[in-house]
Design a protein around this ligand. Structure first.
Ligand code: ADP
Length: 392
């Protein structure tokens, strides 16, 4: 028993259904015989080519009237046309990109064309079915993307060149500044030594200021030099057990911890993709500060990590003097200090270096704090799973 709607259709109904189907497609469809011109086109073909059915059916698919070009703008020879190739080779031709001139709108439409020959039992071509999609928008988007990418590359190149210039400048400036500074410092000291007994108290006081100023300037220059070294050039990130890093850091800060009678509480840390030496330095700087800016409580530093939104979030928490609200961003800028020079040694480069290290790892750093209660420095690193390391 035969069932199904098509079986109850007459031939003319079936033809009508095929027409409806072909006309409802969003791809253009053309039918052409090997010796004749195009004898059928669907609605999408008319719309895409901007021509009425009668205008299309006057031509063959490879008529020179079409004004077709390749992607590079060179003209498409009629014999290269997918329909002509399908007739000649008796094989399907796929994904040919061609630009077709539309006289109605005076523009070029980009088509992706497929041509399929229909053969009779003797292997002769009866007709060719050509179907095509309008890929103009897709092509324009691709061209724009390529243009943007090229611009981006150019900008990246310019930025890299500017950065390299700046790095050279800082390096040269800091180097060159050291020499005159050494001169000032040693001649002021000589002055003090030679005329010690001829100078009154005030002159001694002034000389001391000058010596201290020179010393401080030297520290600033050295810190600037240190800061300028963090360029990330040639930096290789490796999967690292952060617990191992902390063991090393613990050994480095052991003396300071002992002197401050401080405790270091370590929670289990994950494996992360880092530059081990830089990350160790980051932890050392933060622990250094936690001990330096301690309150009258017994200092305690606690290090932990959690995963949040695809990032490892490391925390270094202390119970020190804390940071006044409103300064939590400023302290990460170079040479920005909140606390008095006289009490706390330093130049204000430590946290700027921390920020640079975190940025080189594509992370963020910030602080939360309650004055008098302590501070928690938090930094993030993308949590890349071990399986994807080799993709980087
Ligand atoms: P430095 O310690 O040399 O001043 P940093 O860049 O390390 O430089 O720190 C900048 C400023 O941030 C410090 O001068 C201090 O005022 C503040 N600070 C940093 N760490 C802490 C901390 N753990 N507790 C309180 N204040 C801090």
């Amino acid at each position: 028993m035969q069932t199904g709607i098509q079986n109850s259709f007459s031939f003319s109904q079936s033809k009508e259904r095929t027409n409806t189907l072909v006309n409802s497609l969003s791809v253009g469809v053309l039918l052409q015989g090997p010796e004749t011109g195009i004898f059928f086109c669907n609605k999408a073909a008319s719309a895409i080519l901007g021509l009425a059915e009668a205008e299309i059916c006057r031509r063959s698919a490879y008529s020179p009237d079409w004004e077709i070009c390749h992607e590079d703008g060179s003209p498409f020879a009629p014999e290269e046309n997918p329909s002509a190739v399908a007739i000649r080779t008796k094989k399907a031709v796929s994904n040919v990109v061609m630009g077709v001139w539309r006289p109605a709108t005076d523009d070029r439409v980009w088509l992706q064309v497929h041509a399929e020959p229909l053969l009779d039992p003797e292997g002769r071509v009866i007709e060719v079915i050509s179907s095509f999609m309008d890929i103009s928008e897709h092509r324009a988007a691709r061209e724009k993307l390529a243009w943007l990418y090229q611009n981006l590359e150019m900008r990246a190149f310019e930025i890299a060149a500017t950065n390299a210039d700046l790095e050279k400048f800082v390096y040269a400036a800091t180097h060159d500044l050291q020499e005159p500074l050494r001169l000032i410092s040693s001649f002021v000291q000589l002055l003090k030594k030679k005329y010690e007994h001829q100078l009154d108290d005030q002159a001694h006081e002034y000389i001391n200021y000058a010596v201290e100023g020179a010393k401080r300037m030297k520290r600033l220059i050295l810190d600037l030099l240190e800061y300028s070294k963090f360029t990330g050039r040639g930096m290789i990130l490796v999967p690292t057990d952060m617990n191992k890093i902390m063991e090393e850091v613990q050994r480095t800060v052991a003396k300071q911890l002992k002197e401050a009678n401080a405790s270091l509480i370590l929670h289990p840390l994950p494996e992360a993709l880092v530059h081990p030496a830089l990350i160790a330095q980051l932890f050392e700087n933060l622990i250094d500060n936690a001990l330096k800016y301690r309150s009258d409580k017994i200092p305690s530093v606690e290090i932990s990590c959690k995963e949040e939104e695809g990032k490892w979030q490391f925390s270094v928490k202390d119970n020190g003097i804390g940071i006044e609200t409103g300064y939590s961003e400023k302290i990460f800028d170079l040479f920005q200090r909140l606390h008095n020079n006289g009490i706390y040694e330093g130049t204000g480069a430590g946290l700027a270096i921390c920020k640079k290290i975190v940025q080189l790892h594509r992370g963020d750093i910030w602080v939360t704090s309650e004055p008098g209660q302590g501070s928690t420095f938090i930094f993030t690193i993308p949590a890349i799973q071990a399986m994807s390391y080799e993709k980087i």
